[in-house]
Structures are given as C-alpha cells and as structure tokens.
Design a binder for this molecule. Structure first.
Ligand code: URA
Length: 241
C-alpha cells in the first residue's frame, strides 16, 4: 500500500481530527515503528509501519469491514430522520468513517449484514454477475414442498412482472422452515417469492453472503471486525485480490 501522511492516516480512523493529530504529534504522543513522529506530514505505510498513540496500536487500514448481527427494528441505511439505523449500533468514531451496509435487509429481517467503507468491494458483492450467493433462513406459514423448490429453481416471475434469477430452496424439517439462496437482492425478494407460492414469510434471517457466514457468537445487535482471512475470502470471491 502507498505511503500516506500520518495526519491523514490517523484522521481517517475517525478518532481524531487533523488538528488533534497535529497536537498529539507536537506532544510526542505518536510513535511510528517505536520512534516518535516529528511532523504530522511524515508519510507511513499503514500495512507495514506500526503506529501507536499513547502506547496503544492504532489500526490505520484503509478500509473497515464489520460483521453485524442485525437485530429486528433497525433500518439498513446510513441515516434516517425518524428511525434508528444499523449505524446507531456503532461507536462515534466508526459512525464518522462513512460506513454503509452492503445491501439491505428489511427492518424486520435479522442476521448477517456487512458494513464497510470499501465501495468497490461492496459494488462487486452486490453485482448479480458475480454470483455471490446470499443464504436466508425463512420460517413460513404452511409448508414448502417440492413444487416450490421447482418454481424457485426455474426463476419466478412475480406479480409485477419482476423476473427473478433461479433461486435455491431447501425445505428443513417438516417444511415450515427453509433455506433460500439468492444471487441477487431485489426489494423484499424472499418474502415476495414465497408469498407468491402461498407460503408467506413469518421470520427471515440472513445466514451468509458468499464465503462470509454469520458468526453465531454474535447476539442480535452485536458486531465485530472481519478477520483478515474473512476479508481475503470475500475479495477472492469477487476476484479483487
Ligand atoms: N428478502 C426479503 O424479502 N427481505 C430481506 O430483508 C432480504 C431478502
């Protein structure tokens, strides 16, 4: 990665303004590779130079990738005038970074939501051409059967003429729950497809997006950074690395 000015790198974390970084440097509180930084405009490579403020390592990676277990009741948006969004779950320094959800889950849908500020990766993950499967666990009214499996596999046309790509449907247990696999993300798609089959969705949870699986250690509302292995797998899934 290219070398960047220290004030830019530290300010991009959202923890300090450039002016505050200047003061930190003047006060000798910033070390790079164990050596005090003299000027805020000195350049470093965030991937190879260890940067510390007040003795604590600061992650200046160019992008942030977070896995959120979205709870019910929050909008998958960056802001809303009246309702809470998933970004309200994050601390202020991360809210300032310009993170956004990769794709939307409905307000009442739970499960895996990736939050990032990496626009190119988000764009690729959402592109139907990249065939990144999204797997949902649905609980339905009634029971899904083999006719439903065949209908989704054929590619459904919904009431408003929307042509869906072929989708996977795997009944679980007695068929009142199922796994639905989509390669696209049209508005209310799972709910609309299953409603069109006469099996309205009662609860919906996203379990995975390509190689990224919801960490079941995360309770609804909790999040964690992706591991470098998870980030690498996602990038490889869309051939970005
Ligand atoms: N399909 C839906 O119907 N809702 C979601 O939130 C995601 C996929």
């Amino acid at each position: 990665m290219a070398r960047e000015r220290l004030d830019k790198l530290l300010a991009s974390t959202g923890l300090w303004s450039r002016k505050e970084v200047k003061d930190l440097v003047r006060q000798g509180r910033v070390l790079a590779g164990g050596v005090p930084v003299r000027k805020p405009e000195e350049k470093f490579d965030p991937q190879t130079d260890s940067i510390q403020v007040d003795g604590a390592e600061v992650d200046c990676a160019p992008f942030v990738y977070l896995m959120l277990h979205k709870p019910e009741g929050l909008l998958s948006a960056t802001e809303d005038r009246t309702q809470k969004t998933v970004l309200d779950l994050l601390p202020p320094h991360l809210r300032r970074r310009g993170l956004f959800p990769v794709g939307r889950l409905d307000k009442d849908t739970t499960g895996l939501l990736l939050l990032t500020d990496d626009g190119p990766l988000a764009h690729e993950l959402l592109s139907p051409k990249k065939h990144v499967d999204k797997v949902y666990l649905a609980r339905v009214e009634g029971k899904v059967d083999e006719a439903d499996v065949a209908a989704l596999a054929a590619g459904m046309v919904l009431g408003d003429g929307l042509q869906c790509l072929p989708a996977g449907l795997e009944p679980l247990g007695d068929g009142s729950s199922c796994l639905v696999t989509l390669r696209e993300g049209k508005y209310h798609q799972v709910k609309r497809m299953l409603a069109a089959r006469g099996k309205p969705v009662l609860a919906l949870k996203r379990l995975s997006m390509g190689p990224l699986c919801l960490d079941e250690e995360l309770n609804p509302g909790e999040w964690r950074p992706l591991t470098s292995e998870e980030t690498g797998k996602l990038k490889r899934a869309v051939e970005l690395s």
